[in-house]
Structure formats: C-alpha cells, structure tokens
Design a protein around this ligand. Structure first.
Ligand SMILES: Cc1ncc(COP(=O)(O)O)c(C=O)c1O
Length: 469
C-alpha cells in the first residue's frame, strides 16, 4: 500500500503548516481543497509559475522556500476569508486562524477536519444545491393527496409538457413509478409483461410487479446496447388462441437510457418500431425513463419526441437531474387518474410534497443543460482509463453518464481493493464485480475531479504493478 506521499495530491495543513504540505502540485492542492474550480486552480498555478519561475506544476515545491510558505499562507487565508470551506482535505487549523473563521470557531481540531469527496457511485448521490434548498424553503404547499398542492401541480404540468403527454403524477421513487405504471397497464392478475432480461424493473425492483401486482414477467434478451431484438419481442408475445395455458401479454417495457448496458441510449427509430409492434398486437408500451433526459441530450432529440410511441414513461428526478427525491410518471389523463389511486394504495400518497417538487423544478431549470457536460466528462474518464495499464474501458459505448471499466487479468488488484485505495483519497466508486467497476458522472463531478480521479487510479495501478499493494 503506498503511503500518502506516493499519491500526487495530498495536502496536509496543520499547526506547523509551513512544514507540512506533502503535496506535489498546485492542481492537486486545489482538487484536494475542494474548490471545484479550474479558475481558482489556474490562478494559483499562474501565481506559482510566476513566483517560482518553474513551469512544471507537478514539480515538488521547495518546502523551505519563502514562496512555498507564502502560498500555503495564501490558501489558509483564502479559507478564512471566504469561510466557504464546503469541502476539503484532512487538515487541522492553527489556533490563530481558528478564532477568526466561522467555520473553525469553537471547533476542536478533529471537528475541523473535513473531507472532500468525489462521489462516483451513482448519479443518485447528488446533494441539493443552494438554489434547490431555497426553493424548498419557500415552496407553496398543500395536501397533495387531496390534489391541492400547487407546487406539485406545477411540476406535473411541466413534466407533462416536456414529455408531450396529457398528464403527470409525482411519485416517491423510480421503482414506484415503474410499479404503478405496470400495474395500471396490467390490472388483470396474471397479465404478462415483456421486458429486458437486464432491465432495472426485472433485476433491481424486488420483483414487485409479480409479488405486489400479480404480473408475470416475460424477459427477452437485452443486447449490449440495451435494445431487445424486435423479432424476439414479437415472438415473446403470447398467442391468444392458447389462452387456456398462456398468460395474456399486455405490456412491453423499454429502458432509456439503459443502466446495466452502461447508459446506452435507445434511438427514436427503435422506440417507434417497438411502439408500432405494441399497437399491432394491442399492447401498451411503458418506458423506464429514469434517465430519459440523458438519452434525449445524447441523441439531440427532445424528450417528447423520444417517448412519443410510449403510453407511459417513468422519469427520475433524483438521478442525472440532481433533485433530492422523486420521480414523475406521465401518460394519458385516464392512466394518471388510475395511477393516482394506486399510488395511494401503495402508500406513496404524500401530503405537502411541494417541498420536494420545488427542488425538482429547480433541477429541470438548472441541470438539464449540464447533462451534456456530464457525458463529456464520462467520455474523458473512459478515454483516460483506457490509457492506464491494466484497465480497459469501452470508450465507444460511453454515450451518456455511465462508465464501466474492467481490471484486466494479471493486474494483481481487485475492484474492491481499488475502491478501498481510492476511498482513502476521497474518491468513491462502485465495484460491480471483482474485476469490473461502475462510475456514474453527475453535475457535482467537475472536469478537474475527473482528472484527479484518473491520476489517483493511475497511481494505484502503478502501485500494484510495483508490488506496492
Ligand atoms: C433505470 C432505472 N430505473 C429505475 C430506477 C429506480 O429508481 P429509484 O431508485 O428512485 O427507485 C433506477 C435506479 O437506479 C434506474 O437506474
């Protein structure tokens, strides 16, 4: 296991701070301090270059130099002046500074230690922004079970408009959104739904459509791009002539983007074809659109067009969009009327839910425009990972915000171990198996974070190669 010094971006500032910075570059210092700002990083870099006359930012500082202590001083003063230490590396603060800063005042050293975390486990981990919190605090609310909550109405109207459907309903989660949708389309017990064998509904939703809804799943093989072959879907539709034995097919489910396929997107053309097939056989089409905005941005197609063929769509607000809680289902007015009753049955009728919907409205306004950037960061990450010895990422398959990468055989490290090493450097990711890792980018991961992550992964892989782990 390498010690702290073998990683490039370790900062320790403590009472004898002029001695203790163990980092090796200004960028690292800035990442670790969590300013999440290239501007600040670049300013410091320029400052460093100008002061020291050294252009290579990754050169080790001469810790005895005046410039070095001046820079460390500058940073500490920056923290104190801004009082904006939302996140940073482990550090302790000298007494004389502690008393001046709101952040540190009254805290002992241990409490003053804050850790900046780059959380790549999922896009569900985002924290509500200040604007969301403000909107939540000021939200107009009323009893939503009685359909009086104005902010919930506002969100639902907006979501119906964006998706091009008649009506919408706020639900507590994507899982409940899918369950309610399947149950509305398959009200008669023993109905059958055709869905992907690698779909979220089939794998990760506790089999709720069967255990709660009495709906029988008919899984069809998902291709690597998240599609199911149209001819396979068609041949999975039950022949009504043999209803003495067969359950009745009532619904087809698609997932866009397709999470387990690494966020691959289903095209308009493909979705329309499945819609046509559903119509031909008098079936309904539901789309698990937990990340439909990611798909829409990646394809450059408006959401309403992408889901035009669907009878219902479940859209997560708490994934790429970055709202803290909730999903919305959309469909015809009669579908939503029925869904509202089922939501109550399932315990998902909530009262002053406008508090949550207010944050979702901010997410729609502020975060849809950031998804393209998330996709760019995901691509950069995949490209960088692919260049690291012992790792493989399929760059071409990174279409949205999800990146899977493999640890190649003979690399002498497991995904779990890699995760543990990175955690010590403030990076969280999700091992998918012993040799596969999943990373999900969201709006609270910056381009700098991606570079820092790549740098730490590279260092960890070099460490194992040299027998260090
Ligand atoms: C594709 C997909 N559908 C549905 C869900 C369920 O959403 P929730 O976690 O809000 O229940 C998820 C959650 O990750 C998902 O990735």
């Amino acid at each position: 296991m390498p010690d702290d010094n073998s990683f490039p971006f370790v900062l320790k500032v403590c009472s004898d701070y002029h001695k203790v910075w163990e980092g090796q570059g200004v960028h690292g210092l800035v990442y670790k301090m969590g300013f999440d700002s290239d501007v600040f990083g670049n300013t410091l870099l320029r400052f460093y270059d100008e002061c020291s006359g050294v252009n290579d930012a990754d050169k080790v500082f001469d810790k005895t130099s005046e410039r070095y202590s001046f820079l460390v001083n500058l940073l500490i003063n920056f923290l104190i002046l801004t009082d904006s230490l939302s996140a940073t590396c482990h550090f302790s603060v000298p007494d004389q500074f502690r008393s001046k800063s709101k952040i540190f005042r009254g805290k002992n050293f241990d409490q003053a230690m804050v850790t900046r975390t780059i959380d790549l486990r999922s896009d569900t981990v985002t924290k509500p922004t200040e604007t969301m919190r403000l909107a939540m605090a000021k939200a107009e609310v009323d009893d939503d079970v009685l359909i009086y909550d104005p902010t919930a109405r506002h969100l639902e109207t907006e979501m119906a408009r964006i998706t091009g459907k008649e009506a919408a309903l706020f639900v507590p989660s994507g899982t409940m959104g899918n369950l309610i949708s399947v149950l509305v389309h398959c009200e008669i017990r023993g109905s059958e739904v055709i869905l992907g064998n690698n779909s979220h509904i089939h794998i990760y939703e506790n089999g709720g459509i069967s255990t709660i809804g009495g709906v029988h799943p008919r899984p069809v093989k998902n291709n690597e791009d998240g599609t199911m072959d149209i001819n396979l879907i068609e041949s999975a539709i039950r022949n009504p002539d043999f209803e003495i034995c067969y359950p009745k097919t009532r619904l087809i489910c698609l997932e866009n983007s397709h999470a387990n396929s690494g966020g691959r997107v289903l095209s308009v053309d493909y979705t329309d074809q499945v819609g046509e097939l559903a119509k031909k056989h008098n079936l309904k089409l539901h789309i698990d659109g937990a990340r439909i905005f990611n798909a829409s941005v990646a394809l450059g197609v408006p959401v309403h067009r992408l889901v035009q063929a669907a009878d219902s769509v479940s859209v997560c607000l708490s994934k790429g969009l970055g709202a803290p809680v909730g999903s919305v289902i959309v469909g015809t007015k009669s579908f939503i009327d029925r869904a509202r009753i089922l939501r109550k049955t399932l315990g998902g009728g909530m009262r002053q839910v406008g508090i949550l919907c207010a944050a979702a409205l901010v997410a729609l306004q502020e975060n849809v425009g950031k998804l393209g950037n998330d996709h760019k960061n995901a691509k950069t990450l995949a490209e960088g990972l692919n260049k690291i010895k012992g790792l493989k990422a399929d760059v071409a398959s990174v279409e949205t915000n999800i990146v899977y990468f493999e640890i190649l055989e003979g690399s002498n490290i497991t995904a779990l171990k890699l995760g543990k090493i990175l955690e010590e450097h403030g990076i969280l990711l999700m091992p998918d198996s012993s040799s596969r890792v999943r990373i999900v980018i969201h709006h609270q991961v910056s381009a700098s974070d991606v570079q820092y992550t790549l740098s730490c992964i590279k260092q960890a892989m070099t460490g194992v190669e040299n027998g260090g782990n």
